[in-house]
Ligand binder design. Structure first.
Ligand SMILES: [Fe+2]
Ligand SMILES: [Fe+2]
Length: 181
């Protein structure tokens, strides 16, 4: 059923039953839309050693090979998805996109990873690399340092044997299935 109102003020409770029903069907398409958006990161490389898709696959592959949880691997896979839409505040977009599916801790980590990651290169572009110090007493400081150190920073290696995107389909499906909302 397609509802017919022209102004939302005129919508009926029957309309909203139908809209609610269709929402569940649309929600089931979300994992696929996340994957297809991630795939577009293959078009973003510029002068970087690998594309942002390859970077994401490497980060997720390293996390999986370290036996991190599925939710952590999912987080690593999508940590830069926001860079498809914006650069300077990509962490905010990535964090917002994964928020329905991951813990508050993983969400915080991705929301702040851009600041923590800058520790590894901001001094080379004349900026303050120690901006992460403002969070030094935060309980997730060490976890975010670890994410950047082990999974984000090293994942620009053109020779790394990363898993293909297809190999993460089941993981994306299971992580999003449990918590879709
Ligand atoms: Fe990033
Ligand atoms: Fe990254």
């Amino acid at each position: 059923m397609t509802t017919k109102f022209k102004n939302i003020k005129d919508s009926t409770s029957e309309d909203w039953k139908a809209i609610d029903q269709s929402y569940y069907e649309l929600r089931d398409q979300l994992p696929n839309r996340l994957i297809e958006t991630l795939r577009q990161l293959d078009t973003i490389q510029g002068a970087l050693p690998v594309s942002r898709l390859e970077h994401s696959l490497q980060a997720a592959t390293r996390a999986r090979r370290d036996n991190k949880s599925d939710e952590y691997v999912f987080t690593a896979l999508f940590h830069d998805i926001g860079s498809y839409f914006t650069h300077v505040n990509h962490a905010e977009i990535s964090a917002a996109m994964i928020r329905p599916y991951v813990s508050e801790d993983l969400h915080w980590m991705i929301l702040h990873h851009e600041i923590f990651q800058s520790y590894h290169y901001f001094d080379k572009i004349g900026l303050d690399k120690n901006a992460r110090d403002q969070f030094v007493s935060h309980r997730l400081y060490e976890a975010t340092v670890e994410f950047c150190e082990k999974y984000d920073a090293p994942s620009w290696d053109a020779a790394y044997d990363s898993l293909r995107l297809e190999e993460f389909y089941d993981l994306v499906d299971s992580v999003t299935k449990n918590k879709r909302r």
